[in-house]
Design a protein around this ligand. Sequence first.
Ligand code: EPU
Length: 306
Amino acid sequence: MLSQAGTLLHSVTERTFTDELATLPGKVRFDESLASRTTFGVGGRAACLFSPESPLALKRAIELAAACGVPWLALGAGSNLLVADEGFSGLVLSTERLRGVALNEASLRAFAGEPLPALVNLADLAGCQSLNFLAGIPGSFGGAIAMNAGIPGRAIGDVVEELAVFLPDGTFEVLSPKDCQFAYRSSAILERKLTIIWARLRLTDESYDREALLARRRASQPVSAKSAGCVFRNPPFLSAGRLIDAAGLKGVRVGMAKVSEQHANFIVNLGGASSAEIRSLIDIVRRKVYKSFRVWLELEIRVIEG
Ligand code: EPU
């Protein structure tokens, strides 16, 4: 484990680790707030956060963490994360500086740190509407692919042609969509702890009405509140939002965490909610829905423990 910033580093390994990290192209920060890096706006601090400026710097950081036994996790735009109040005592690798896009008539290739909404806009402006089903989904490009973000009936994994990743030991690999085992809001990328460097999406002549999708989202979801999107996965053939709503849970609060009145599958941070409050609201929702309908809801959001 890394020591908190500002305190003495206790072991030679840690000293070597942070010294080495500081030599890589990118920005190293200690004791960095994770609340400000997640859309929920909750969670403690990361002992160390590194934003590599190149794929090679990312690779070296992964190799270093593996060699020094430092726990690490990749962070995109933090739109699907609930970070513990205790924070994360290892290394957070942010993809925020891994940017760049190439667009042609048949495909869009981008680095993992590009914001997904910017890519959707870019394709739309270039006259391609086939990515518009992703309109309004927050998050980084890499995070959206790892989570297989989408709408009912269509997800980003359906249009991935190829992607480049680092394995947990830093080895570079180019994967086909088949290797990724995309499924509803999940993929082998998360399960195998792969770090996406870039990906290429197929552009088609399909067309989704961006404005209509955005308007529908604005009408049915608390888009301007602090949230992590849908908290639970939809159970097969059911809607988590409808179940939570029917269980009478809209508006239920624990401290500053509240089940949205607009869409019951969203928990909103009214301002200053703690991670523990959100966790206890999640437990209440799960138990009540189970009691009412005998359905145990599975989390869609990722919970990061200290
Ligand atoms: N519903 C209720 N009460 C509610 C919310 C929904 O009765 O409080 C009903 C709706 O009226 C509708 C049904 O439940 O009949 C489904 O609701 P909705 O159309 O809002 O879709 P959803 O299944 O709740 C899914 C994705 C969203 C995505 C929308 C786009 C999941 C868990 N959610 O929501 O994704 O934006 O479709 O239509 O798959 C996310 O993944 O974070 C997310 C927000």
